[in-house]
Ligand binder design. Structure first.
Ligand code: ADP
Ligand code: ADP
Length: 227
């Protein structure tokens, strides 16, 4: 479980991006942060993997303060997927996915075999493995991004608008496949989107954020649908 305890982030220019956030993201579930642009969703997410440090408050993963986790452990624990996959442009698809386990000490051959398996799991046929990211569509790049994040087998996944930059048809496919994969893998996921329909479709729990970085409400998808 990830726990935000009275977490506030004030940027150096005085902007309060997140204001007193207290929330639990249960193990094995998808918690979605939804809300308009600028309400602190990305800031909240990035405080979990310490890309951003809170001004006050604490974040724990399974009761361990994230600030007490050494960087290599943080990296093993948390996968991170962003809107534009952020792939390494000069590495092939297979190497984009194999690099992380390789850096974590898996031997190269094994890392590649695992990468191939993951690419298949996210729906990317084998003949794409030797392409470079620029030779893929946006949706295919996002698949590689998801496979790369899964390669270290992290129990926690942070996903920031991972499906927002692709067209609606592909987005729906990505969402469906993601739900199937999650059914099987049961990761603890924090997912950021500005799209309420996506939040309702994917979330086990939905944190509705409001401008000013407040948590406006914490709902089940059924509650939100009923409104
Ligand atoms: P969201 O992901 O919901 O769009 P963000 O977390 O990106 O929101 O931003 C929350 C608020 O913090 C916004 O007002 C944004 O302009 C501001 N902000 C984000 N990053 C910085 C920064 N590095 N310095 C100052 N303000 C920032
Ligand atoms: P390289 O050493 O090959 O340049 P990096 O060390 O920058 O690569 O990143 C390796 C992988 O770790 C990438 O998939 C990247 O997205 C991921 N990563 C980098 N920083 C973080 C972080 N703070 N939290 C989670 N994942 C991260």
């Amino acid at each position: 479980m990830i726990r935000f305890d009275h977490v506030t982030k004030r940027y150096p220019d005085g902007t309060v991006a997140v204001d007193g956030l207290t929330l639990e993201a249960p193990t094995g579930r998808i918690t979605v942060f939804v809300g308009p642009s600028g309400c602190g969703k990305t800031t909240s997410l990035r405080m979990v993997n310490r890309m951003i440090e809170p001004t006050s408050g604490t974040i724990t993963i399974d009761d361990r303060d994230v600030t007490s986790l050494p960087p290599h452990e943080l990296r093993r624990t948390i996968g991170y997927v962003i809107q534009h996959a952020g792939l390494f442009p000069h590495r092939t698809v297979i190497d984009n996915v194999a690099t992380v386990p390789f850096l974590l000490g898996t031997d190269k051959k094994q890392a590649r075999a695992r990468a191939a398996e993951l690419l298949e799991r996210v729906g990317l046929p084998a003949h794409f493995a030797r392409r470079y990211p620029a030779q893929l569509s946006g949706g295919q790049q996002q698949r590689v991004g998801v496979a790369r994040a899964l390669a270290a087998d992290p129990p926690v996944m942070l996903m920031d608008e991972p499906f927002s930059a692709v067209d609606p048809v592909v987005r729906e496919q990505l969402q469906d496949q993601f739900l199937q994969l999650q059914e099987e893998l049961g990761k603890t996921i924090v997912f950021v989107t500005h799209d309420i329909d996506e939040a309702i479709k994917l979330g086990d729990q939905i944190a509705v954020m409001a401008v000013g970085g407040h948590l406006a409400q914490l709902s089940s998808p059924a509650d939100l649908l009923a409104r």
